[in-house]
Every structure is written in structure tokens, then in C-alpha cells.
Design a protein around this ligand. Structure first.
Ligand code: ZN
Length: 230
């Protein structure tokens, strides 16, 4: 019998200079958290955060070749700052949210854009377009900076050497702490859960053979490549 082997059995991350590990959980994502990105997809700027979830089976390591589906039209990259949660959060305050952040990383919110547009047109949920196996390639995590510094992180993606995304977390419509407070009113966040904080502008389609470089300020710098899932 085939058994699904989780590609990320544990996150290893650095807390207070020491290695620690957590079991990966769900990924809570926010759509349209940067005005310029909402505009590029002709979406209105939302009055409150647009939330969706990827399951832990979406997680793969960004450092390894990223296998994308090729049979459902365009698969877009969206480069996003990732927050690793270390303590449970339910109906939390901003102070509790700040204390629960245990790691800072970067991830791709892979999106089957053609499929997503078809689903949106029919007012159907997005999951098949955003929550498929491997839809969340993610970096390792570094110790989080002070809360104020969370809103001063540069997020960049280069595709085959060309700078495609160059954003700063200062431009988030809902900053990290209020975002965690908002999320925790709907979904309890547990240790090992990750929050993706939305993509800056510049998203676009991936092609098999692409080389990507993904950076978060001077904290994380990862080179990877795109391969076909089958
Ligand atoms: Zn996204």
C-alpha cells in the first residue's frame, strides 16, 4: 500500500540561538494584502482581510526543485513573508500575537491562476487552485525580529535572473500583528502553523526549467528551480 510521506516532517528553526523543531500544521493565508497586487489582478482592495487555508500537505522545501502541476494552465508564483507560530492563539491580543511568533521565513503561495479564475467566476472555493500538494514551497525560519521590524522586510523574487517581485512588508494593508489578531477570531493558530502575509505586486507564471532566487531582506536567500510534477 502506498503511504503519503509528509515532505516536511519537522520544521527546524532557530530560537534564541538554539535549534528547535515543530510539526508543520495548517497555513493560513491572506489575499490582497498589498494594494498594488490587488490592482494588478483587477481585484478591489478589501475592507477586511481575505483569508484562506492551505493544508500541511501543501508544504515542500523551497530549497529543493519545486515540482508544479502543468495540466491546469498557468501556475503563478506569489512571494510572501511567512510567520511561524510557536504558541496557541485564540481571540488573541496584539501582545499575545507578538509573543507567539517564533520564526520568520519566506514562501511561495503557488496559484493555479487559470483554474482560480474559473472557480472565482462560478463563485466556487479556491482550494484546488491554491491548496494542492506542494502549493507552498517554504524556506527555513530565522528568529523573528522586533515587532516593528516585521513591517520593514524586503521581499524579492528573481526569475531567470530578472527581478519580478520587489516589495516591502511596510506596504501591507493589514500588518502582521493585527492580521494574527484577526485570523485568531476565526481559526485558532497552533504551534507549527504558518501565516502567509500576502504577496506584493509582480506575480506571474512559472515555466518548467525556471531558476528562481527568493530573498527576505538579508535574512534568507534561496536559489531553486522549477520542474514538472509528472
Ligand atoms: Zn498569496
Amino acid at each position: 500500500m502506498l503511504r503519503y510521506a509528509h515532505p516536511m516532517a519537522r520544521y527546524v528553526h532557530i530560537v534564541d540561538g538554539a535549534q528547535s523543531s515543530l510539526t508543520p500544521g495548517k497555513i493560513v493565508c491572506v489575499g490582497r494584502n498589498y494594494a498594488e497586487h490587488a490592482k494588478e489582478l483587477n481585484n478591489p482592495i478589501p475592507a477586511e482581510p481575505v483569508l484562506f487555508i492551505k493544508p500541511s500537505t501543501a508544504l515542500i522545501r523551497l530549497e529543493e526543485p519545486v515540482a508544479i502541476p502543468t495540466e491546469h494552465g498557468d501556475c503563478h508564483f506569489e512571494t510572501e513573508m511567512a510567520i511561524l507560530i510557536g504558541q496557541p492563539l485564540t481571540d488573541c491580543s496584539e501582545q499575545q500575537a507578538a509573543e507567539a511568533i517564533t520564526g520568520l521565513g519566506v514562501a511561495l503561495d503557488l496559484t493555479l491562476r487559470d483554474l482560480q479564475n474559473q472557480l472565482k467566476e462560478k463563485s466556487l472555493p479556491w482550494e484546488k487552485a491554491k491548496a494542492f500538494d506542494g502549493a507552498c514551497p517554504i524556506s527555513g525560519f530565522v528568529a523573528p525580529p522586533a515587532a516593528a521590524e516585521l513591517q520593514n522586510q524586503r521581499i524579492q523574487l528573481r526569475q531567470n535572473g530578472e527581478l519580478k517581485q520587489d516589495g516591502n512588508s511596510a506596504d501591507m494593508l493589514t500588518p502582521v500583528l493585527p492580521l494574527l489578531v484577526y485570523i485568531s477570531q476565526f481559526f485558532t493558530l497552533l504551534p507549527g502553523d504558518v501565516v502567509l502575509t500576502g504577496t506584493p505586486a509582480g506575480v506571474g507564471p512559472l515555466a518548467v526549467g525556471d531558476r528562481l532566487q527568493v530573498t527576505l531582506s538579508n535574512h534568507i536567500d534561496i536559489a531553486t528551480s522549477i520542474v514538472s510534477r509528472r
